[in-house]
Design a protein. Sequence first.
Length: 521
Amino acid sequence: MSAISRRTVLTLPLLTCRPLADLARAAAAAPARPNMLFIRTDDHASQAISSYGSRVNRTPNLDRLAKEGMRMDRVFATNSICTPSRASILTGKYSHLNGVPVFNRFDGSQPTVPKMLQQAGYYTAMVGKWHLGSDPTGFDYWNILPGQGVYNDPTFYDKDGSEVIKGYATDVIADITIDVLKNRPKDKPFFVMAHHKAPHREWTPDEKHRKQFENLRIPEPANLRDDYAGRTDAIREQQQAVFKDLTRQDLKLTPPPELSGRERQAWLLVKPTEVQIEENGVKKTLTGKALEDWKYQRYMQDYLACVQSVDDNVGRTLDWLDANGLRENTVVIYTSDQGFFLGEHGLFDKRFMYEESLRMPFLVRWPAGIKPGSTSNAIGINCDFAPTFLELAGQKTPADMQGRSFLPVWQGKKPGDWRQAMYYRYYHDPGDHNTRAHYGIRTATHKLIYFWKKDQWECYDLMADPTEMRNIYNDPKAQTVVSRLKQELARLKKEVKDDDQFADKLPQDSSYVMAPPPKKK
Ligand SMILES: [Ca+2]
């Protein structure tokens, strides 16, 4: 007997002994399960969102989510790079258990939250940047960018093939998301993942927002010129410094017209120590500190312009939900796959366990379930997202998921057994930026980081030193706290079943570039 016919035989008697009218009455009496719209950007730092206290921009539409819902202040990525964080969100598991410590291919045959929601009767859809090196599984509809995708006239592909869609990626992803919402089956709750490319490197804004930011002077963070005194070798060896490592391409410099092909590409990848600019019709050459100042401005102007387009498009999506009767019982989440450095410690990119990179923005609106204008400082991790989605759908969290549902926190409760510390592990060493591998823990008040290949430690008192400038690891007065943190680190490492599975040998990177399938007919 085939699997299908066996299931039919087993389930038919159950259905026939419960009249359809009873089933309909039960459905009508139960509160409708909420819809979920999960909007995730790539590399959006919370310090570039005004409801998180941004000093560099205003994000009125993201602020709407905070004002009409909750702002979570301590949600952290467990491995602060793109592909691993995405894998943890889908599986509710750390990198060492879901098999994605770096930019390697995600095995889509493993259990994931969209599959479980689909099984539970949700309509599931995925739009935009996927970046997991394999095709999506568990979605009724998917339409994604190949690999990193591009900002202008992006190629998308689905199960039927690929097509170029004219326009700017952030607008196009919001357009497709709204179309998915319009065309969804109306007899099911929905789970829609809308994943933007923005504001990922190389931070290419659209023309409207580029102009809006091109002449703005962005305030510098106080530790842009951090001298790294007292820190370990890792921060001195990194190659993700705003002043040293931004390329001509990042800075949007124009190649000489005579160059083409490989020569043009090589020119764009140079990290310039001298730049010619034109100001009010006057040509000048920038070097030294003047060039450093200019590089920070160029970086931030483009990054923030990309964010502004995201903000506009989140507003457009919220307006559509509100105008279509979906405001009350739709959980709208805004987050990013991790944080980002906006010049803090002189850095761009993410990877390090320092706050700006570790912290994920997390804004959630759900009028039926969350008090407007609330905030939470409960320590959350990206592995908590899957259990949260499952509880919203009335489903149990599988025992092997490592996160915990946010629902009690959203309801303003503080469960006595909520986690007091989170565990972090980064593997991509040397990776793209010569960032040293490390693991560590963050508690409500402290952070301990261990660069295991170097056998070097950093420890920060986040209450006294929130910008992490003073490494107290060797401070005699801090030894009691350091030893307590070390014990807690060892305990948590064991609890999350990290047996150093990927400490020495890493799978090969493969999710960066993906050739899309052939064009649709
Ligand atoms: Ca990212």
